[in-house]
Design a protein around this ligand. Sequence first.
Ligand code: AHR
Length: 657
Amino acid sequence: MKKQIIIFFWVASLFSRLQAQSPAVFKVDVAHPGADISPSMWGLFFEDINMGADGGLYSELVKNRSFEFFKPMMGWKETKKEGGTGKILLQNRQEKNSANPRFIQVTANASAGTFGLINEGFRGMGFKKGVSYDFSLWSRLLSGNLQLRVELLNAASEVIGTADLLLQANKEWQRQTVRLHCSATEQKGSLRIWFMGNGAAEMDMISLFPTDTWKNRPGGLRADLVQLLADMKPGFLRFPGGCIVEGHDLTERYQWKKTIGPVEERTSLINRWNYEFAHRPTPDYFQSFGLGFYEYFQLCEDIGAEPLPILNCGMACQFNTSEVVPLDQLDPYVQDALDLIEFANGDTNTPWGKLRAELGHPAPFGLKFFGVGNEQWGEQYIERFQVFQKAIKSKYPNISLITSAGPFPDSEQFHYLSKALAELNADIVDEHYYQVPGWFLNNATRYDKYDRKGPKIFAGEYAAQSKQTVSPDNKNTWRCALSEAAFMTGLERNADIVRLASYAPLMAHVEGWQWKPDMIWMDNLRSFGTPNYYVQKLYATNRGDQIVPILYKNAPATGQDSLYASAAFDKVNNEVIVKIVNAAGKAQTSEILLDGAGKLNAIARLTLMQSNDLEVENSLDQPFLISPVEQTVAVKNGKLNSSLAPYSFSVFRVKLR
Ligand code: AHR
């Protein structure tokens, strides 16, 4: 009996070793490519959450530059040298510029400058040695004379840059600027202004920008962050959110018309993420709208992404107040949408097209997509969507409308909306999934059975949550990124109906976040891409133009033996692109047969992301711990033999001759 048991285990172990050694065979039907993959398939979702815009991408360094926060002096503090005298009086401008009513009146009486103000910045100010900084303010001298000594300070309050600015006598408000040179790099700096002289002046919009912004645009965006976006070669950029579009209530909704034109005339607004999470309150989080709709369109153009704006549809956030605009009062909302389309695409002899030209962009922005509401649900959404659909489609039939499928991808609300939107012939439905990694692995087949005649899909917000949705303990682990890579093989395989996809949220400041995980992290000077960023980047930079069928054991690889695969054909480079995820902790030899490909280059490129540790993350100090590595693989007899490393995401590119 004992002998029989030993023989049984010996045979079983031999069999399993033989099995482990037999390669996983993938058959790629190169001769029969399928549907087109949308050129805008893999894109970006941007929202001012986690200090993504103010304190992040928008490179203004002064917090509360126009004194419009609830607490008007938040971010500012008075400073005095021995014997210093002076005072600050907060005023509210009633006459004009009601968009930005508050300002300060400064009175000083010491020519040596013994009284001043300090601004703490957004979790400090990042300064770089050798870079120049532009200080500016709007002011009106009331009496006497005043000169400002402007200083960049390091964390120890030592001066690392300085310049003087004499306030010009003028009855009207005027803008003055001065440039400072920075002599040392500092992560946690601040700005100090000494008021020298005997006099009084009114001041507003006190601002400080680095000059090394993206494309060196004055008052522009942080170059390192835009570069990370540009490197992804995104197909689209969705903006400005997210829940921020909806507002806690309708008074706090995003209104695009208030975000264009001179920055000093843009009305600041509380950011809903200021108070949304009791566990992550951010009382100093407001929207300056320095990054407004014109800048969003410009950013899209810069990084080659289709603009995808979303506007409020007459509904406030349904996780908050759920306020709705009565249907008979929806006109202004619909008009905002129509005007936005004209602003983006209209001829320069239309009112909004003319304004676009005046702002510096006579050529149209080529808007193709427009989102009606963010994460709305219920009959009230369908009723309002129909009003928008009718108005927009009758004037702009070629604009594709993005509609909401609500926040939960398998809920009753979701099924109600999917059915109702299909009946309304909706163009593209926006589905969101913030789910655990297992959900992503199990849902690689999600779209295989979707109705091919129904609306197209926008996988508009997704991210694997290492713990649970909105948990502050969520992490950007390799486990999460790998599960997203596996899920995305399903998006690519179904690219005939899935036309757009984006990870969310996009950006977070390490000291200013409310929501985790996020694709890109930053502090005041540095930034890095998470493993999730690199997965997105690999998809976007290896998109291909057509789906190519790929089979594993005669079926699409959707998790059998922990393998997931998709393939595409890149017409421009004449290359077959094969993506394979090995979600198992052991290596797997593989054979990739390129059927009907004809002659192939003898060498294929392999871009690999891999780690045996599923919990590993990138960080500011180790930004590339998990990032793509380039390799080559031999191609012989129409076949590619490669070992699929444990917990790996492999992207193969083979050139057809
Ligand atoms: O991405 C963070 C939030 O998640 C978005 O604002 C919202 O659309 C979703 O609930």
